[in-house]
Design a protein around this ligand. Structure first.
Ligand code: PGA
Length: 253
């Protein structure tokens, strides 16, 4: 399975930031990555980023994704964006259920599952996020929390083609803290077990990314752990030089 390194720009990036994507494109055209590469800029930049990728015939240097979508294809939902709109703008992926959406927008597991189904309906691959808070880890409830989020957020019908899971411990996001390699491997094995029990043997091919303070200096260790199929990268995806160092940490298979 080819690894996926995905950048989540969150609410960062103006038109000037397209220069970072230009640099990323040039670098990957020169030295192709040993993994699939995805950038999820703010939705305002997706169409411009797609145009940039079409110039110079390096369209496949990296894919584009949205950071959230509404469950409905269209309608009276002021301020929201549908999965179809993201696809139309040039996205092939969308992140759903990021902890910042769950926390600041009160998204439930059911909401996340509906968004994942919307992604599939539009022909996008859904990156479904889950992860425990620090209090939940301190209580020893992290495995239970993640299986229950997975149960509620990953719809029946998830396949390696339409779905990626991202394990992102909330306490590791943007903090510079990460779980130990052993803890990450244990959680990924747990998630794999839950996926297979729920969806059958076909779920062995669903990539499980790790996210939360992945940086150039810890990427190699994390990306080499068993069952880690790639990384979801926030802060270190904003500058092409950092992001390229994370991408470069993937061993050619
Ligand atoms: P971080 O964010 O890499 O800045 O910790 C990861 C994420 O929230 O996806």
């Amino acid at each position: 399975m080819r690894a996926l390194v995905a950048g989540n720009w969150k609410m960062n990036g103006l038109a000037a930031s397209l220069a970072e994507l230009g640099a990323l494109k040039q670098a990957l055209a020169k030295t192709p990555a040993a993994c699939d590469v995805l950038v999820c800029p703010p939705a305002t930049l997706i169409a411009q980023a797609a145009l940039l990728l079409e110039e110079g015939h390096v369209k496949d240097a990296f894919a584009l994704g949205g950071q959230d979508c509404h469950a409905q294809p269209s309608g009276a939902f002021t301020g929201d964006l549908s999965a179809e709109m993201l696809k139309d703008a040039g996205a092939s992926y969308v992140i759903v259920g990021h902890s910042e959406r769950r926390q600041y927008h009160g998204e439930s597991d059911g909401d996340v599952a509906a968004k994942a189904r919307a992604a599939w309906r539009a022909g996008l691959r859904a990156i479904i996020c889950l992860g425990e808070t620090d209090a939940q880890r301190d209580d020893g409830a992290h495995h239970h929390i993640c299986s229950s989020q997975l149960e509620g957020s990953v719809p029946e019908g998830a396949t390696p083609e339409n779905t990626v899971i991202a394990y992102e411990p909330v306490w590791a996001i943007g903090t510079g803290k990460t779980p130990t390699g052993e803890d990450i491997a244990a959680m990924h094995a747990h998630i794999r077990g839950c996926l297979v029990r729920r969806l059958g043997e076909g779920a062995r091919g669903i990539a499980i990314l790790y996210g939360g303070s992945v940086k150039p200096d810890n990427a190699r260790e994390i990306l080499n752990l068993p069952e880690v199929g790639g990384a979801l990268v926030g802060g270190a995806s904003l500058k092409s030089a950092d992001f390229l160092n994370v991408i470069g940490a993937v061993n050619p298979s």
